[in-house]
Write a protein that binds this ligand. Sequence first.
Ligand code: SF4
Ligand code: SF4
Length: 265
Amino acid sequence: MTRPRVAVHKFSSCDGCQLAFLNLGETLLQLNEQVDILHFLEAGMNDASADVDIAFVEGSLSTPDELTRIRQVRANSRYLVSIGACATSGGLQALRNLDGNHDEWRDAIYARPEFIRTLKEVRPIAAEVRVDLELWGCPVSSTQILAAIRALLFGVAPVDDRDRVCLECKRQQAVCVMVTQGIPCMGPVTRTGCGALCPRFGRDCYGCYSPSETAQTATLARRFSGLGLLPDAIARRFWLINSQAPPFLQTGRVFHRSAASDPDD
Ligand code: SF4
Ligand code: SF4
């Protein structure tokens, strides 16, 4: 019997989600006995054009070359799983989409902008090819990756957990930083997956895992306002990591516009 074939591809990203694979440690070595990992540059395997059963894709589409490459990855893969905020919503680099002034940013940042070939807008993987499963997070968690591999190898649909971080926060018996300290926290509108990591360490949630189901973003934004955040600061909370995820994008826009119309606010 042939072993399932797996690839991990990198697009525009910081490699943090690939590190979530490497953080599996001994489990990754055991996994390597069950599957053939054919392409995973961070781990030393290099066969980018291999036909595989599961292709994991980290990173956003930011250059014309990446558009060509993702189509090839899709054609070579039975299942394609996008991993992390960059791949699922464009990530931090998609902040430039908000401004719509690609050329100005490029010319200001690079010493020789004439050598830079980038797309006007950063896109998530699903904007260009069919994606079978999206694992959100910045970075994704090792537990999520392992659960997805297991499910796909056993031929069952992976669980798409869209609970709020608040629910996980309560399960972990963390003290609520918003209620007890008045710190604005994105947990009520953010999907879990991190195990409420930040609140467990007394910090507010930054919204790394994208909008949860039925995310009441406008209500939370009003609560942030009640806690003293100015409109532009509220917009920045929603736009920090997943600015292109629709509920975060829209609520951010409302407060950004409000800040622009009243610069003293
Ligand atoms: S989602 Fe976050 S951790 Fe993953 S590659 Fe993008 S910036 Fe890095
Ligand atoms: S700390 Fe944040 S995530 Fe935890 S219960 Fe409070 S609002 Fe929700």
